[in-house]
Design a protein around this ligand. Sequence first.
Ligand code: CTP
Ligand code: MG
Length: 257
Amino acid sequence: MNPLANDLSGSTPHALPTLGVVLVAAGRGERLGAGTPKAFVELHGRALLEFGVGVVTSLPHLGHLVVVAPESHAAIALDIVEQVLPEGSPWEVSVVPGGRERHESVRFGLEALPESVETVLVHDAARPFASAELFERVIAEVRRTGDAVVPALPVVDTIKRVDADGIVHETVDRAPLVAVQTPQGFARETLAAAHSTAQLQHEAGLPTDDAEVVQRAGAQVRTVPGEQRAHKLTAPADLAILEHFLTANLLGLESEA
Ligand code: CTP
Ligand code: MG
């Protein structure tokens, strides 16, 4: 069933969205411990979700954005969407409730996308300052290659393998290691098929990103350059880092990688 069907009124043929974005905002934010889900934590008076909805709906694509929110915050999420959606935006937006685990939230988001969507990006609302350029880079690479695409940054710290007692056993060669971010992009069929079987694979541990879900299903995942400003709010110390990027953004220093 195409959820847009009801919108297709009148005699003008409407173009259907081929790009879908699932913005996952339904986590509990336990490590941050703010007492409110992370996507609704405010920076300079604006909820993180506002920034994510803003950047996605500013992309010049005919798209459908699904915001996956905690059931308790669905009304607030809708208010945010109404405030932020630019007038005349080519974006359709819906809000759906999330699941217990991140991969369930993603699946609920995917199920809410119209059938016309061919390329899907999944993005963490907890990464409010991922740039429009990063979204475009991921979209372009998915469309060019058909593969799954993740933004990645080189690992700069020295990496060591430790045991449960914190004893170091070895230094790991970091050359082939990268840290990955979101938005992650996929051919819609690849991601939907992988998520429909993901819950059968609990013995492999819970997947922490969507690239892992499609990789377990046999798909190829490739990287594009990530960016520091796509930093995720995880713990209280990350608030200062996000403050920095918000200020840099306000000052127009956006070209910083
Ligand atoms: N997320 C979600 N549904 C879940 C779990 C996570 O939509 N059941 C979303 C979060 O809202 C966040 C993103 O996935 O935008 C990344 O997850 P994470 O950083 O782990 O956020 P939380 O799960 O909220 O944080 P914590 O693990 O500390 O509780
Ligand atoms: Mg989590």
